[in-house]
Design a binder for this molecule. Structure first.
Ligand code: COA
Length: 429
């Protein structure tokens, strides 16, 4: 963190603020609900000021950097591709840098030193501390390592608790705004997601600590946990579902070994109700990813259950969660961090979830061989449970033949015979 000279600019107009960014700078910005749209709008309007400014971000939600007239001014580089950035990455106009989210700090310290952090924070309290609000994750680390910190100070940004604060003396320039924090709503899952949710719930007991992502499957899992008690949360992100469980007292974090009484998360993304919930709420422990995603921290909670989604699994148990064919559509995020943390947790489990088919039932996601050129996200050595709408396959400790049989048993029935025949052919060759 910059603890040197007090800066003189402090509250400024947006043009003055973005003038601190120079051509060739590497600029880190927050993702998801934390995107600083007011500052970015002014960067875009003044794009002629910049050549080859490198933008580092995990998870673009609503960004204007992906049009052809932007590419000579801004080069986007992400460890987590999203639907917004995937075409630019595929066509070579943006870059993808593989990296576990737990290692963002290492990345900024060793390989991608940050010139400027554009942050999105709450107004200062009476002691001069602003909160990173919805997104502490990698952006607090980015701000700690940046030479220059420019802040979008938003009255609507909640004041989240935890390691979530930056002092105004450590900010070079602040621009005030009153912008609505972006929301995202998960659709209710259909019958496939509900079956997956029901199976996952069988792996979860009273008192367990959970890592859940966003989307229809985590929402479906929660529907089957209504009768559980004393659940805990330690998760890279949190959306509305767990908040409702906290309000209902089903998640109370009482049985955790660390951060007892609080849900530990690095960012939230959901409704305005969620953003109001994290405001001044010490039961929400918002921490950087260097803590939340660190397997050595995750493992300290016993009975840790990590639940992550994936796209394809081969019969050896190799998990693909970031690519479809040759196209990068996502990133590892915290998947491997949490799989490994859960593996080291006493009585921990990790669960990979996916519907058994894709493309409207035309293709099986359980395959004999992975698609050519595709990257493995979670290795067969780390995979533990796999759940589809046809049940649960426990892979850890099983030999290759047992794994194949367990996975074929949870494949879609239309594909089981073909998988079995091709597996036998492969084994015989
Ligand atoms: N082959 C071809 N197409 C496939 C496919 C496959 N094997 N698997 C999925 N698809 C298609 C689906 O049909 C769907 O298409 P549609 O939108 O036209 O219906 C699309 O790809 C998305 O698949 P879906 O299963 O709905 O993806 P999702 O939104 O649930 O996201 C991941 C799944 C794996 C991409 C996402 O969870 C992710 O990014 N994971 C990696 C990071 C991670 O685990 N983070 C959590 C740690 S905190």
């Amino acid at each position: 963190m910059k603890m040197t000279e007090k800066n003189t600019l402090q509250f400024a107009d947006p043009k003055t603020a973005i003038n601190l960014i120079k051509s060739g700078n590497r600029v880190v910005i927050p993702g998801a609900a934390g995107e600083p749209h007011y500052l970015i709008k002014h960067m875009i309007e003044n794009k002629h000021l910049y050549r080859k400014v490198e933008i580092i971000q995990f998870m673009a939600f609503n960004l204007p950097f992906f049009q052809e007239d932007m590419y000579e001014h801004f080069r986007y580089n992400t460890p987590f591709v999203s639907p917004m950035s995937s075409n630019a990455v595929a066509s070579g106009y943006a870059d993808f840098t593989p990296c576990n989210l737990s290692q963002a700090e290492w990345l900024f310290e060793n390989k991608l030193p940050i010139d400027v952090a554009l942050i999105h924070i709450s107004p200062p309290n009476e002691h001069g501390f602003c909160s990173f609000g919805t997104n502490v994750d990698y952006i607090k680390i980015g701000a700690d390592h940046a030479k220059v910190v420019i802040a979008q100070v938003n009255e609507n940004m909640p004041r989240s608790m935890g390691d979530s604060f930056i002092h105004i003396d450590d900010i070079d320039c602040m621009v005030t705004c009153q912008a609505k924090i972006p929301e995202i709503m998960s659709a209710d899952g259909g019958p496939v997601e509900m079956s997956i949710g029901e199976s996952c719930a069988k792996l979860i007991s009273d008192g367990d600590t959970l890592q859940l992502g966003i989307g229809e499957i985590p929402g479906a899992i929660l529907k089957y946990l209504r009768n559980k008690k004393d659940l805990g949360i330690h998760s890279e992100m949190m959306s509305d579902g767990p908040m409702q469980f906290m309000k209902a007292g089903i998640i109370n974090n009482k049985k955790k070994q660390i951060d007892q009484g609080a849900s530990t998360v690095s960012f939230v993304f959901g409704s305005q109700e969620l953003y109001r919930f994290i405001h001044n709420n010490p039961s929400m422990n918002m921490m950087p990813t260097s803590y939340v995603n660190n397997p050595l921290v995750i493992m300290q909670n016993d009975h840790f259950i990590a639940i992550n989604s994936c796209l394809q699994i081969d019969l050896m148990g190799q998990v693909v969660a970031e690519m479809i064919g040759n196209k990068q559509i996502s990133g590892v995020g915290g998947q491997v961090d949490f799989v490994r943390g859960a593996a080291m947790s006493k009585y921990g489990k990790s669960v990979m979830v996916m519907p058994s088919t894709a493309r409207g039932g035309k293709i099986s996601r359980i395959v004999v061989n992975l698609s050519e050129g595709i990257a493995v996200t979670t290795s067969r050595n780390d995979v533990d449970f796999v759940v589809t709408e046809y049940g649960i396959a426990e892979l850890k400790g099983k030999n290759l033949r047992e794994r194949a049989l367990a996975l074929i048993a949870i494949a879609h029935p239309d594909f089981r015979d073909g998988l079995r025949a091709n597996f036998e052919k492969k084994m015989a060759s």
